[in-house]
Ligand binder design. Structure first.
Ligand code: ATP
Length: 291
């Protein structure tokens, strides 16, 4: 049985090598050091905004602790990442159409640690992820907060990491701790991560710039990297209202200050996404998933 699975995996890797020149989606993980900073709210609204700009967006809710993107979007999940991992559904079957035109793979709060998956489960997840790469322009992965093994595996595998923080000192400290862990993990593979910082719940652009400067200064001093500023989103009562109404704020209040910020962020990320991608998500995940 194990020999069969290993053979299947080798076949899969060979297939992907052959297909490595095919166009593929860029991959972006949205993460945070501290919980509750607005990571999921930003993931959902960014997905809506980019979809409305004509991009094919898939958002995977990989927050295994508190998966709730489906709740924010008010969609009824047919299945989740747990069903995909268990082999009961394909990623395509688990995906649901979400508001604004993006597709969502609902999360699975009860899913075991990725590190604890069996070889069959890992192989299956890799295969499914790879199939997705040619069916989307951008795959966004909403990870859990902090730097557990599940989160780190995704962060190391994607093209780019968007770290969400607020001006709270604890959120800033935790954002730095997460970037530090990511930099170390990437350097073990002789790579440098591409990190952007999104400052959420600020008064204005000046406050966002001050928060970014603090994060960038410690990163430069202790890690010798300079993360880029992706943008900011102001603290806006319409955001929490839209969360309660389970409608993305960029749809419910398109002319609000928060929506203006989100729009700017989406255009900036989209410009960046136009650049040619590097290694595929599948290839990057191989090391992590094969273990
Ligand atoms: N820009 C903003 N203005 C006002 N409220 C906001 C803003 N961004 C997020 N919030 C509020 O912060 C709360 C937490 O947001 P969210 O659930 O997206 O955080 P999270 O980082 O994904 O949390 P978790 O760690 O639990 O996954 C929500 O109630 C949301 O309404």
């Amino acid at each position: 049985m194990i020999a069969d699975q290993a053979q299947a995996l080798r076949g899969l890797v060979a297939d992907q090598r052959r297909a490595s020149n095919a166009p593929r989606a860029r991959t972006l993980a949205i993460t945070s050091g501290k919980g509750g900073v607005g990571k999921t709210t930003m993931s959902v609204n960014l997905s809506v905004q980019l979809a409305q700009m004509g991009r094919r967006i898939v958002l995977i809710d990989a927050d295994l602790g508190t998966a709730n993107a489906d709740v924010l979007c008010n969609v009824a999940p047919r299945g989740s990442l747990a069903h995909v991992v268990a082999g009961r559904m394909s990623l395509d079957e688990a995906m649901v159409d979400a508001p604004g035109g993006f597709r969502l793979v609902p999360g699975a709060s009860g899913l075991a640690q990725m590190a604890a998956l069996s070889e069959y489960e890992r192989t299956r997840l890799m295969d499914q992820m790879h199939q997705l790469e040619s069916a989307a322009d951008l795959i966004m992965i909403d990870t859990g907060a902090g730097v557990g093994p599940n989160v780190l595996g995704f962060l190391v595998a994607v093209d780019e990491v968007l770290v969400v923080t607020t001006p709270e000192p604890t959120a800033i400290t935790d954002a730095y701790a997460l970037i530090k862990t990511l930099v170390r993990a990437k350097r073990e593979q002789n790579e440098e991560p591409s990190v952007r910082v999104l400052v959420n719940q600020v008064r204005d652009e000046d406050e966002a710039k001050a928060v970014y400067d603090r994060v960038a200064a410690v990163c430069q001093r202790f890690l010798q990297i300079t993360p880029r500023l992706a943008g900011h989103v102001v603290s806006d009562a319409r955001v929490s209202l839209s969360v309660r109404r389970r409608t993305p704020f960029v749809l419910e209040s398109p002319s609000s200050l928060a929506s203006t910020c989100l729009n700017r962020l989406a255009h900036r990320l989209d410009r960046h996404a136009a650049q040619p991608p590097g290694r595929s998500l599948f290839r990057r995940m191989t090391g992590w998933l094969v273990g």
